[in-house]
Design a protein around this ligand. Sequence first.
Ligand code: FAD
Length: 353
Amino acid sequence: MNTAVVDYIIVGQGLAGSCLAVELLNRKKKIAVIDFPMAQAASRVAAGLFNPVTGKKLSLTWLADELFPHLHKFYKDVERITDARFYFPMPVYRPFVSAGEQNEWMGRDSDFLSQYVEKVYSTPAFESQVINPYGGLLVKQCGYLDTIAFLTAIRNLVAQQGILLEEWFDEQALTVYPEKVSYRNLNASQVIFCTGVSANQSRFFSWLPIKPLKGEVLQLQADEVVPRIYNRGVYAVPGVWKAGATYNRFDGTTGVTPDALAELTNGLRSLIRFPYKITGQLWGFRPTVPDRRPILGIHPHHKNIIIFNGLGTKGVSLAPYFARQLVQWLENGHGLNNAVDIQRYKSVYWKSA
Ligand SMILES: Cc1cc2nc3c(=O)[nH]c(=O)nc-3n(C[C@H](O)[C@H](O)[C@H](O)COP(=O)(O)OP(=O)(O)OC[C@H]3O[C@@H](n4cnc5c(N)ncnc54)[C@H](O)[C@@H]3O)c2cc1C
């Protein structure tokens, strides 16, 4: 490759790097994306579910009122730009675990219900497909992203409109100058690291508290026509036919485990009634942060080195919104949300330096 000058080098093309690439290309920026597509990258393993009402207590997720309208528009626009199909909105049905939980929901505040809940069922619904003796909650503004199709579409877009290098980025080959960076034959104003849990091996970012959280999912095959996602303990996502996921902070090993297989098959047994075959099992590490917020911003010592990471368990819903925020900050000087700004960990950096 001859010497090329770009505005930004993006390292890593998972959900973070992909959403960022879209935002920068939309602003006609020149970009180079360098990604080694690891099969186990969280973005490739993920079931792709997005759901504003989560957790055992079924509460509204952080920033839901902003994230969800944004993600609907973002993925639909990218489908149009790339002429590809990867965004599948559909409701999530969450059976109640007890009569007590059902009672709580029957008396819930109606504003919340009208915005996020399609219907509260006090008796069993969709009985041929799901076990739900106490009824359940049909949640709206949900769905799934076929992450592999999305990453492929963005890869093609970058190959057409920018520079795509399918290789491992060697940090030793990066030279940082006061006003630019250079990497082999590439010169750029800034480099943005979107490397997920690999940040832990980075000479620039290994001091950040990015904790790998292992997850496993099952790949299923089923003939049933399922127009919604079922979710209680485990979720079953039609279309991509993935069921998951496990959360194991203590397992740092690579590969799938019999424990996860048992946990997920038991979960499915008490959730769905339709027949399915298990055709595979996948594993990966989510890049989580102790305060459960993404990490965006500038390296404390190098103003040309930026990070976009820490998407944790919710990359599909967080990445579009925070990619836009990062680009508005880089290009227009808009502020970053304090909750996600890398500045909050500055003292950790100076202690480690
Ligand atoms: C089992 C499982 C299920 C999940 N399910 C969901 C879900 O249903 N919904 C949801 O919203 N989220 C889910 N997640 C979480 C979601 O996958 C993550 O939040 C998200 O994928 C993180 O994206 P990322 O781009 O930051 O990192 P990654 O996906 O890890 O992407 C980083 C990319 O950078 C590349 N890279 C790293 N270092 C280098 C280097 N030096 N040179 C070149 N390339 C490099 C990697 O190969 C990779 O392609 C799940 C995760 C797991 C593991």
